[in-house]
Write a protein that binds this ligand. Structure first.
Ligand code: ADP
Length: 439
């Protein structure tokens, strides 16, 4: 079986967020399942040579015949192809975004005409229009429902060369995500619980009605972790490597972490590694923090994002220099030292399609304190591998930490470390889904 993935980003070529991690590891995991995978991306200027020139593909866009240069590369046994539709396109998600990805999808459809493949797997709205043009079975995966790819109908008609049909229209605008939800043979998102949640107005981002109408073909498959990279027994960023039988070594990592940050060495550390956005719920943490500290913990936060939140946590670190550390940076090494040194990991998301950080934390023996939503609820077992709290509020956060402190952390750490977060079973679920889709 040969599957072509179409997406906006993929490691090791270009990464903005978690989508790149998935496209950089799922195809390799699928290969172990006997599924031959290729990945098709836009050629951004940020993608550095060496890329192999593979000719051109002709397509129509904005009322004219166009040619996209095709580039190729191999990584981890997977074939990558890049379509250069706009030589000025520097990196993902730069405007005019909808126009550029629509153009990419039109070129992708033309390129696919000349390819031998069995199934198209498109990811998020950037690849959505390719689903409508494909002549083979299709799977569409929602990684982030917040971005749907919207255009004015007249603009769409000018670029695509045809008026949008009814399936593409949502509240008077072209909505590329909606078009793919209706056209795809199967729709997935990145956890079973989120697949149910997005059918409700609370989580549906305006598309809950559409998602309910396709409920029969909608399912959730969790993302996997790259468990070779995220492994406390081999992690080169950790002062002390450890496994579940040597948790005392992890305590040395805590001592180093707390000493480096000049925090109270006699208290446990609640850690967090996150984007600071509304989704992640750290405004709730900021409000609850003085009371959380009263429970007798340190708090270590590594994160960047909204200026107000960054300023708020910086102020907290000044107010409680021995108890709160805020590192306002994107820093891979420090992230590893928090996963491998903190006692607990805080993740109070308002919504979470899947979430990788909580799985990393469990793999590192750092029980998560997480909100019972989306992929968090599907991966953290309350009272067994971590603590789940219901309420997205400062009180919810405080109760979560309080409950965690009442538990014996070692059995939770061991239980989390024993869980399988690898791609293996999840890639198998995709293969089975593909097989159901094929004629
Ligand atoms: P999302 O993709 O919504 O940001 P995930 O939990 O799925 O959330 O993945 C976040 C990933 O990004 C994790 O691997 C986490 O360690 C990493 N990360 C987030 N913020 C930082 C940061 N400031 N420094 C280093 N790594 C970070």
């Amino acid at each position: 079986m040969r599957v072509v993935h179409v997406a906006a980003e993929a490691l090791p070529f270009v990464k903005v967020g978690g989508l790149a991690d998935v496209l950089g590891s799922l195809p390799q995991a699928l290969a172990l399942e006997g599924v031959e995978a290729a990945v098709l991306l836009p050629r951004y200027r940020a993608i550095e040579p060496p890329l192999e020139p593979l000719g051109e593909v002709a397509y129509r866009f904005a009322g004219a015949a166009q040619k996209a240069r095709v580039w190729g590369a191999e990584a981890g046994g997977v074939t990558y192809r890049f379509l250069e539709v706009d030589p000025d396109w520097a990196e993902p998600y730069t405007p005019p975004e909808a126009e550029r990805y629509l153009r990419f999808a039109l070129a992708a459809a033309a390129w696919l005409e000349g390819e031998r493949y069995d199934l198209l797997h498109a990811h998020d709205w950037h690849a959505a229009f390719a689903v409508r043009l494909a002549r083979r079975p299709t799977v569409f995966t929602i990684h982030n429902l917040a971005f749907q790819g919207e255009l004015e109908p007249a603009e769409f008609e000018r670029l695509a060369g045809a008026a949008p049909d009814a399936e593409l229209l949502h509240e008077g605008r072209v909505n590329l995500m909606k078009g793919a939800l209706l056209a795809a043979d199967r729709v997935t998102t990145v956890s079973p619980r989120y697949a149910r949640e997005i059918q409700t107005p609370e989580y549906g981002m305006g598309l809950d009605g559409v998602l309910r109408s396709v409920a029969g073909k909608l399912s959730g498959i969790l993302n996997g972790l790259d468990t070779a990279y995220w492994n406390p027994a081999t992690d080169r960023f950790l002062p002390q490597k450890y496994d579940a039988r040597h948790l005392e070594r992890k305590r040395r990592n805590r001592a180093t972490l707390l000493a480096t940050l000049r925090l109270d060495p006699g208290l446990p550390a609640v850690g967090a590694v996150t984007r600071l956005t509304w989704q992640k719920g750290f405004d709730l943490v900021l409000e609850a923090l003085p009371q959380v500290l009263d429970l007798g913990v340190n708090f270590v936060l590594l994160g960047t994002g909204e200026a107000e939140l960054e300023a708020g946590f910086a102020a907290m670190a000044r107010r409680y220099p021995r108890r709160v550390a805020f590192i306002g940076a994107f820093d891979e090494a420090r992230a590893h030292r928090i996963y491998g040194g903190a006692d607990f990991f805080l993740m109070p998301s308002r919504y979470e399609p899947c979430g990788l950080a909580q799985m990393i934390a469990m793999r590192y023996g750092t029980p998560p304190i997480a909100r019972a939503t989306g992929g968090l609820a599907d991966t953290v077992e309350d009272g067994v591998t971590g603590v789940l709290f219901e309420e997205a509020s400062p009180r919810g956060v405080l109760e979560g930490v309080r409950r965690m402190l009442e538990l014996d952390p070692e059995p939770l750490a061991r239980a989390g470390m024993a869980r399988d977060f690898s791609w293996g079973p999840r890639a198998r679920a995709y293969r089975e889904l593909y097989e159901e889709t094929l004629p």
